[in-house]
Write a protein that binds this ligand. Structure first.
Ligand code: ARG
Length: 569
């Protein structure tokens, strides 16, 4: 596709004798298109050219040589050159490229040959899959797809919390109370009930905690019965998570979690010791990080056991060996910020600074209700992700029954819209902000929501269906797309690839979510102002081509976020 910025920079470079690449970085997109499609701030060149910005602006304007098929006109406002690109060329380029590349439009191969390891979801087995894990699953899942789309090789790792005292608790509770629970309906629910009860009762009876420790010790020592039970709990938990993952389209290439590293920590501890990094502190073995304004990173506790950070170091070394990653991303809540800072610092001190620099913690905020209260915290019980997804689907089914009872494949549409609404709500604001979870808001078909984008997409499909054809681009007069709203939409479509790249650079899927809202709103304004199916065949063809292009980009974008697109709704 034509690169307008590059062409403009080249032309300015010719007049000014300055570096074309640098000039390109100065080019801005004005806040509103009355000020041009691009703007060039001439004051940035004042120093290098030893001239006043207005003089530079006039010189460039008078001497620039640029094809009128690229730039239509240039105006000087203040120290700026406001540059208006040729709209017909824009339309031709965008529409052709989309028709040609279809679902690959906006993709690239900038990541070719590079592995991006994405650590996400990572629920703690035997503990409830909490709504907090929804965010990691959804954000990580989107990043997985975004990186692949840019040519990287995404490696999704579900670093399961499948080791720890919680297993001791469940096993002790199971042996005491198993007859009181109904395992025939849902084994996992029964296990969770036992866990929750155990946590309640141990508050009053500390001897229970002791008991849990004994069970866990036996598990660590490899006692047959405990190992069998552990395997069983892990298996039924994973089966249960899988249902949620299927609904969310989450994909993992590895489920190596904490238990996997349990017997792989020795070498790491040895390496730390050999490199002189371990220090004794109050009976524990730690890496002193005071020089970096951080508390010490505990490697071996005073009880002689390894700990979360030790396992993360072991897994990092494993990921270096296995994937030689270009980036390692950890999609984990903001409350673990310090943990990751410490772990990455220790990796650096161990002698792997280049890998430490490639590691990034991608934090996110809490999930709260309308009043700002953390969801699930009030009654101390957890909200299950699977239940939330099912509820979303049911709510959409109800809406369909009211508004469009004859719709075909009702169930499938309800699934795509319901789950999509949850995913989109999670991704629609910058991730570090708390996510507001409110049913009315996230299912509002007129709001800035997943259902709204799906609705606009369905409109594009029905317009094409009504017309009965997708126009052949060769016969289209792109000059017919001159309306302000059409141009706005085309410009957005033109920026799709860049948008995806920025989303990846910042590990911020919300950039794509906001973009899709803009595309949908812009197109919606267009078809509210201008009839698409009209008498004039040439106009209709051009508008239908735009309609098709918008639908295509909405569909690609939505899939990058992990949602699915309904054809009707
Ligand atoms: N299971 C952990 C939790 O729920 C998250 C694990 C994140 N990944 C990691 N490599 N530490 O808090």
């Amino acid at each position: 596709m034509i690169n307008f910025k590059e062409k403009i920079a080249k032309a300015i470079a010719k007049v000014t004798n300055l570096d074309e690449k640098e000039l390109a970085t100065y080019i801005e997109i004005p806040p509103n298109s009355d000020l041009g499609d691009y703007a060039f701030p001439c004051f940035k060149l004042a120093k290098a050219l030893r001239k006043a910005p207005p003089v530079i602006a006039t010189e460039i304007k008078n001497n620039i040589e640029v094809d009128e098929k690229i730039v239509e006109k240039i105006e000087i406002v203040g120290g700026y050159l406001n540059i208006y690109i040729n709209k017909e060329t824009l339309a031709q380029n965008v529409l052709n490229e989309i028709a040609e590349k279809k679902e690959k439009y906006g993709s690239s191969n900038i990541g070719q040959g590079k592995n991006v390891v994405i650590d996400y979801s990572a629920p703690n087995i035997a503990k409830p899959f909490h709504i907090g894990h929804l965010r990691s699953t959804v954000i990580g899942g989107a990043l997985y797809k975004i990186y692949n789309f840019l040519g990287y090789n995404s490696v999704g790792i579900n670093y399961l919390g499948d080791w720890g005292l919680q297993f001791g608790k469940v096993m002790a509770g199971y042996d005491m109370w198993k007859d009181e629970y109904d395992f025939s309906k849902s084994e996992i629910q029964a296990i969770l009930k036992i866990y929750v009860r155990f946590c309640q009762e141990e508050k009053e009876k500390p001897e229970l905690t002791e008991k849990a420790r004994e069970y866990f010790k036996r598990l660590e020592d490899g006692a047959e019965k405990e190992v069998e039970t552990w395997k069983w709990i892990r298996k039924i938990s994973l089966e249960n998570y899988q249902k949620t993952y299927n609904l969310l389209n989450s994909k993992f290439d590895s489920y190596n979690g904490e238990s996997y590293y349990n017997d792989k920590m020795e070498p790491v501890v040895e390496e730390l010791r050999n490199k002189g990094l371990l220090k004794e502190s109050e009976g524990a073995q730690v890496v002193d990080l005071s020089e970096y304004d951080m508390p010490p990173c505990i490697i071996i506790t005073s009880a002689g056991t390894t700990i979360y950070a030790t396992r993360d170091l072991a897994s990092l070394k494993d990921r270096i060996n296995k994937y030689n990653f270009d980036k390692a991303i950890y999609v984990v809540g903001n409350e673990q910020r310090l943990h990751f800072k410490q772990v990455f610092k220790v990796l650096e001190l161990m002698g792997y600074p280049e890998y430490a620099a490639r590691c990034e913690h991608v934090p996110f905020g809490l999930v709260v209700d309308k009043t700002g209260e953390k969801i699930g915290s009030r009654k101390g019980n957890s909200v299950f992700l699977e239940d939330i997804l099912k509820e979303a689907i049911q709510k959409v089914e109800k809406i369909i029954d009211e508004k469009n009872p004859k719709l075909e494949n009702k169930e499938e549409v309800a699934r795509k819209v319901g789950v999509g609404a949850i995913i989109f709500n999670d991704l629609s604001n910058s991730r570090i902000k708390d996510e507001i979870f409110d049913w009315d808001m996230l299912l509002n078909f007129q709001g800035e929501t997943g259902p709204y984008i799906q609705y606009i997409y369905v409109r594009t499909r029905s317009l094409l269906e009504k017309a009965g054809y997708v126009p052949n681009l060769e016969n289209i007069n792109c000059g017919k797309l001159q309306e302000k709203e059409a141009i706005e939409t085309l410009k957005l479509l033109y920026n799709f690839n860049e948008t995806v790249q920025v989303a990846a650079e910042k590990n911020e899927p919300s950039i794509i979510a906001r973009y899709l809202i803009n595309v949908a709103q812009s197109f919606s304004t267009f078809y509210n102002e201008h009839k698409i199916i009209t008498e004039d065949k040439a106009i209709q063809d051009a508008r239908l081509a735009l309609t098709y292009a918008v639908g295509t980009v909405l569909e690609i974008g939505v899939k990058l976020l992990g949602m699915e697109m309904p054809e009707k709704m």
